[in-house]
Structures are given as C-alpha cells and as structure tokens.
Design a protein around this ligand. Structure first.
Ligand code: ZN
Length: 101
C-alpha cells in the first residue's frame, strides 16, 4: 500500500505471463530447506516467483513447477494441496472482497 510517485512495480505471473502490480500477485519463494513457500511476509527471501490470483494459474504454477526457472534453484513442493491452500489464502488477502455493508 505505498504510493511512490505513481510508479508501480510490475511483475509477471509465471503461469499466464501477464504483467501485474506486485501488490496484486502472490509471491513464492524458496525456503532454506529447498521447499517452495508462499512468501507473504518474508521480505528477506531472495529471488521470488510471482503468480496471479487466478485459480488456474495457481494450479499450473504448482503442478507444472513453473517457478523453477524463475527461482533458479532446485525447489520442491512438499505438499501441493497445502501449498495451493496457502496460495488461495494469500490471494484472498491481496484482494479483500468488497462489502457494501
Ligand atoms: Zn496468471
């Protein structure tokens, strides 16, 4: 939520290749263990891979390991179902549903 002179850093979704503001993407990183993790609040993670919040992109990213090229390190998915759940949760936080109440 920073407004830095109108400059919005864009990142590319590894699945659909669409460029979106970084704040609208789910950031994935590599833990020291070599496991792929959702990097919601880890500013000190190194290279990150980004995925947009489309369910199809999340699934593709995990099942086809689309993050590998971006992270440039052997990264494994220990539990794909759990990771996808975490990604959905991260996506929900990126985009709080608007409520008129
Ligand atoms: Zn996408």
């Amino acid at each position: 939520m920073t407004k830095a002179g109108g400059f919005i850093p864009l990142r590319r979704c590894v699945a659909c290749r669409e460029r979106l503001p970084q704040s609208e993407l789910i950031r994935l990183g590599r833990a020291a263990s070599g496991e792929l993790i959702v990097a919601t609040s880890g500013p000190r993670l190194g290279r990150g891979a980004y995925c947009c919040r489309q369910t199809s992109c999340m699934e593709k990213t995990v099942t086809k390991k689309l993050f590998t090229k971006t992270l440039r390190a052997p990264t494994r998915v220990a539990d794909a179902a759990r990771l996808l759940q975490e990604m959905r949760e991260a996506a929900a936080k990126l985009n709080p549903p608007r409520k008129d109440s």
